[in-house]
Design a protein around this ligand. Structure first.
Ligand SMILES: Cc1ncc(COP(=O)(O)O)c(C=O)c1O
Length: 440
């Protein structure tokens, strides 16, 4: 473990000093170059170093650097109008935050408040999934199912969890197709067990991120979840903090199945890392119902920060102008094919899965039995550290095997080139070759 001076954050790898960045590349002292195949924390979708955004930020800060979120700016108006064209039908009312965790909090609070205002205050539990990450505040950790809960278990809200859709290690021991999509039925069972009248909402990541290692579900899963929620009056919250704005090759991951959640949570790619920002998009009908009952939504100080709004609007405009969602689908198909070709025979590699530029490589001790490495071996951290030595950053993730389970995510910026994809795959292969002998 290495510590960066005067912070709380300890890096399990080298504590790098990054001097500047361009596209998908990070540059350090002494000419050191690292290809950031993780896009930071799956954030930098449009790539680093955009002069156009640097200029925009300078202009915006000069013009108006802060107003209370009760008021608006032309940039904020433009952003909500643009967002309304991006989001799935009906998701036309927005609330902005400083990041993903705050946005998840806002979504959970909206669901609880919605039921209370409609005379159902007993609907206050949120069903979530094991193997999930929804952020780092107390409520966001409560709906999460990751190792990051460990030091806070004793104070977290005791809300129900169901097992996720995860074919490589099906919790029901079945094989798709031909299974009964028990992963979706699990939601109905949980609602029945807890009592429909006690449930405010169900929250899940449409494709599992860091707590699973980029895992798309089977195609029937989300439509069924949506139907179950509808039937039981449970609000459906899609946490797309990681998957939104093109990451999985569609604007939103729920677009793969034409699902319309009641609340969609976004962040990360919304501003591509140029400024901090998160958001929720809520079905207009639900907000109107709350407003008719006199709802008072408290803002955060930095909700709708004018410069962040201007940046988000410009980032989405760049995505449109450069067709970056389409590019994510196209380059993602290439990345997936090359990862499979180059790595699927590797003795450490158990599963390779993903969509768009959202790929996960799960590592196992034994490919036949799918036995994971013991957690104490910290295999994902070792692979990330060895990758950095070779000039590649991939994102550490947890495979869903319990205990243990190691994966890395390969989620480069959408501006990644064919040659850079080849570099990523070749370097990851060499990195696994470096690490494998030390694990015997
Ligand atoms: C699915 C998901 N939800 C919420 C969060 C929390 O977002 P933030 O770290 O911006 O608070 C993350 C962060 O990785 C995430 O992946």
């Amino acid at each position: 473990m290495a510590e960066l001076p005067l912070t709380f954050i300890r890096s399990p790898y080298e504590p790098l000093l990054i001097d500047h960045a361009e596209g998908a590349w990070l540059y350090g002292p002494g000419g050191r170059k690292i290809l950031d195949a993780a896009a930071g924390a799956v954030v930098v979708n449009i790539g680093q170093g955009r002069e156009e955004i640097a200029r925009l930020i300078a202009e915006e800060v000069r013009r108006v650097n802060y107003i209370v979120p009760l008021w608006s700016t032309p940039e904020r108006q433009r952003l909500v109008e643009r967002l309304a064209r991006w989001t799935p039908p009906g998701l036309k009312r927005f609330f902005f935050t400083s990041g993903g965790s705050e946005a998840v909090e806002a979504a959970l609070k909206f669901a609880i408040m919605y039921h209370k205002l409609n005379g159902r205050p007993q609907r206050r539990k949120i069903i979530a999934r094991e193997a999930s990450y929804h952020g780092n505040t107390i409520a966001a950790l409560s709906v999460g199912g990751s190792l990051r809960r460990a030091d806070y278990e004793h104070v977290l809200l005791d809300w129900p969890k169901i097992k996720p859709s995860y074919c490589y290690r099906c919790p029901w021991g079945k094989t798709y197709p031909g299974c009964d999509i028990d992963c979706a039925s699990a939601l109905e069972e949980a609602i029945g067990r807890e009592g429909e009248d006690s449930i405010a909402a169900f929250i899940a990541e449409p494709m599992m991120g860091s707590a699973g290692g980029a895992v798309p579900p089977v195609k029937e899963y989300w439509p069924r979840l949506s139907e179950i929620c509808n039937r039981h009056g449970v609000l459906l919250i899609a946490d797309e903090v990681m998957t939104s704005f093109g990451r999985t090759g569609r604007r939103f991951a729920v677009d793969h199945w034409d699902v319309r959640p009641d609340i969609l949570v976004g962040g990360k790619g919304l501003t591509g890392g140029y400024l901090p920002m998160g958001m929720i998009a809520v079905q207009e009908r639900l907000v109107e119902e709350c407003e008719a009952k006199g709802a008072d939504f408290m803002f955060y100080t930095y909700s709708s920060h004018p410069t962040a709004c201007a940046v988000a609007d410009r980032v989405l405009e760049i995505m449109e102008r450069e067709h970056l969602v389409e590019r994510s689908a196209e380059m993602g198909a290439r990345l997936g094919a090359e990862l499979k070709e180059e790595l699927s025979g590797h003795p450490m590699v158990g599963d390779i899965r993903g969509a768009g530029l959202f790929w996960g490589v799960e590592m196992v001790r034994d490919r036949a039995s799918r036995e994971p490495y013991p957690p104490a071996m910290k295999v994902a951290s070792k692979v990330v550290a060895a990758g950095l030595k070779r000039g590649l950053f991939v994102y550490p993730a947890t495979g869903m095997a319990r205990p243990g389970g190691d994966a890395v995510m390969v989620t480069p910026p959408f501006v990644i080139s064919k040659d850079e994809i080849e570099y990523i795959v070749r370097t990851l292969r060499a990195t696994l070759d470096d690490v494998h002998p030390s694990l015997q």
